[in-house]
Design a binder for this molecule. Structure first.
Ligand code: DGY
Length: 328
């Protein structure tokens, strides 16, 4: 297509369900015809279905549950749904395929930010950061003491990475720099793991048994639902630490809270929760968990890159190319 033809083509109309970083909204206004919600959303599925009549593309986030019914309710004008997330557990991809919608996600661009926050909550859990902060903020700190807030070194400990995809590998690389020994389970061994001197386990159970620290980096799927439960926690070494920056659904909260209360697990570092934004209140009553509200990809650079990735996919689709991050 010539430059003139591209210029004269109508701009794709994009319905955006949440406020996005300023640079992303600026590009939306320059290259597309956006329908933006000034109050920050999330907007309900009914409203999406109604407003989508005026749009060609839908830009959603992990907060919008795109079930089969939600896809069926979309008007025919919508051709592509771009999600501002690498995770697609909120989207019924089979229904999208059946109904002829293209779906894209945001792989790669959030790998480093998510791996960074994994180390943050891992250290927070290992070094009792919450307890230290609490006593300081409440004005109860009486001074340094040789036996105060003794945590656990990461150096020399075995890190079990459950799910050795992009984020799992980035977590492993960082953990290596902290002197940890890497073990992992994945459907198949991954070639990149060799550079990390990582040991492959062909079952989850085998990985759990050697994980002084277990990092969950697998997707939230029916197969991984409550993979961490009373039975599997019991397989872990005494005083193990659990880290979850993947999806809350992988963990049975009641089982984890029990294990943290009883001391079966030393501590947990969590950035994600089942049923977000609701969080099992049991976590608020215990000091040995370091918790954050789903902040894994929350940096300016990363959220910009995620937004631009969505726009690149939408732009590619409407210029007749294959969207680079197409998942359906
Ligand atoms: C993702 O990209 O899946 C993150 O969890 C943010 O939603």
């Amino acid at each position: 297509m010539t430059e003139n033809a591209a210029e004269s083509r109508p701009r794709p109309r994009v319905l955006v369900t949440r406020r996005l970083p300023a640079d992303v909204e600026a590009r939306l206004r320059t290259e597309f015809s956006p329908l933006l919600y000034e109050d920050g959303g999330p907007i309900g599925l009914d409203k999406i279905a109604a407003e989508a009549e005026k749009a060609d593309a839908l830009l959603i986030t992990g907060s919008e549950k795109m079930t089969g019914d939600a896809f069926a309710a979309l008007p025919k004008s919508i051709r592509i749904v771009a999600t501002l997330s690498v995770g697609t557990d909120h989207i019924d991809l089979d229904a999208a395929r059946k109904l002829g919608f293209v779906v894209t996600n945001t792989p790669d661009v959030l790998t480093d930010a998510t791996a960074d926050i994994t180390l943050l909550v891992m250290l927070g859990a290992a070094r009792r950061a919450y307890e230290g902060q609490k006593i300081l903020r409440e004005g109860r700190w009486t001074g340094w003491a040789p036996t105060q807030f003794l945590g656990t070194d990461l150096r020399g400990k075995r890190l079990g990475v459950l799910g050795m995809g992009r984020i799992g590998q980035a977590v492993a690389a960082r953990a290596r720099a902290f002197g940890m020994k890497i073990h992992y389970h994945n459907r198949r061994p991954v070639a990149e793991a060799e550079a990390l001197a990582a040991t492959y386990h062909d079952t989850v159970e085998s990985l759990l048994r050697v994980s002084d620290v277990l990092s969950l980096n697998c997707p939230g799927t029916p197969e991984t639902h409550h993979l961490i439960n009373d039975r599997t926690i019991d397989m872990m070494p005494p005083n193990a630490i659990l880290v979850n920056t993947a999806r809350g659904s992988v963990v049975d909260d009641e089982a984890l809270i029990r294990a943290l209360k009883s001391g079966r697990l030393q501590s947990a570092g969590l950035d994600v929760f089942e049923g977000e934004p609701k969080v099992n209140p049991g976590y608020f009553d215990i000091d040995n968990c370091y918790i954050l509200p789903h902040m894994g990809s929350a940096t300016v650079e990363t959220r910009n890159a995620m937004g631009f990735c969505c726009l690149d996919n939408i732009a590619a689709y409407f210029s007749g190319q294959e969207p680079p991050a197409r998942v359906a």
